[in-house]
Design a protein around this ligand. Structure first.
Ligand code: ATR
Length: 290
């Protein structure tokens, strides 16, 4: 790191608990170095019981902005003076900007998802899609796809079907989207669902380090040429799901690009500077030895 700290250095950070395996400090400090701007990005491990104090502290110390991760993405909203439209519909904030003590909340996961999928917009737009998972990550995916890709149908697949049902009801109400079908995550039945989907998104943690041998499905005939499979998991980059998809001719999109692009949007909100995403992406690949 070339960063050095001065009297006027502006502080950025990340709050979450526990803060394991976060690449955000690496990404932002590399971008700060590349842009030669006077900022530093620091991780802060904040348990839930200390969230309120931490937010007060951030304001008192004049911290310019911070990312928010598990478990605070929903709880942080109560401390915001403004919440962007997408963060409000998704119900989660991952980026906070501090303007002289007034905090504004954003959800830049939307930008990460958009930048990853936009090159395939023509193929995806108006088609049937499958989204696996009914947690926080899935909410950002559902919002982005309904808003920007107008799918003809969304198959919402989850291990606990009841959670998929409540998510369906939530988005039907919030976004007036009525073409959901929920399904239990049960591989033999999924082959048909996946085969009819132009895009399949894994928004669960299945396949994530250390359980890298796991996959939503091991059934090769779930995927075919012409399909797009997007796995939000970025550690490892090539998950078993993506390996299976590409070995069947599908286009495999990994979660690393999304990670860099969501960071790029946060960076821009804090610094008004454009993140050099290609260079940051390459540095991250070198760092991860991929
Ligand atoms: P996040 O904010 O990362 O989305 P989350 O809200 O805890 O995290 O949601 C995790 C998602 O991954 C859920 O959809 C969960 O399924 P359940 O609703 O049934 O719990 C899914 N998930 C996690 N581990 C899983 C596993 N081993 N098999 C299948 N689904 C799993």
């Amino acid at each position: 790191m070339k960063n050095s700290v001065h009297l006027n250095t502006k502080i950025l950070g990340l709050i979450g608990h526990p803060l394991k395996h976060s690449y955000s400090p690496f990404i932002h400090n590399i971008a700060i170095d590349l842009k030669e701007i006077d900022y530093i990005y620091l991780p802060f491990d904040i348990p839930t019981s200390n969230l309120k104090n931490a937010v007060r502290g951030m304001i008192a110390l004049g911290i310019r902005g911070f990312n928010v991760t598990i478990p605070h993405k929903e709880n942080i909203i109560q401390f915001m003076s403004n919440v962007s439209e997408e963060a409000s519909i998704i119900g989660a904030v991952n980026t906070v900007v501090n303007e002289l003590g007034k905090l504004s909340g954003y959800n830049t996961d939307v930008n990460g998802i958009l930048e990853t999928l936009n090159p395939f917009k023509e193929e995806i737009f108006g088609n049937e899609i499958s989204i696996i998972g009914a947690g926080g990550a899935s909410r950002a995916v559902i919002y982005t796809l309904i808003r920007y890709f107008k799918p003809s149908k969304i198959f919402l697949v989850n291990r606990t079907e009841q959670r998929a049902d409540s998510l369906k009801n939530y988005f039907q109400d919030k976004m007036k989207y009525n073409s959901f079908k929920t399904k239990e995550l049960f591989p033999p039945d999924l082959v048909e669902v996946f085969r009819s989907s132009k895009l399949i998104v894994n928004a669960t943690s299945v396949g994530m380090y250390p359980d890298v041998d796991d996959s939503i499905t091991m059934l090769a005939d779930s995927f075919a040429k012409g399909q797009i499979v997007f796995d939000l998991v970025y550690n490892p980059i090539q998950t078993n799901l993506l390996k299976l998809a590409s070995s069947n001719g599908a286009i495999a999109l990994d979660g690393l690009k999304m990670l860099v692009y969501q960071a790029a949007k946060s960076f821009e909100l804090w610094t008004s500077e454009t993140m050099p995403v290609e260079q940051v992406y390459k540095s991250l690949q070198l760092f991860l030895k991929v």
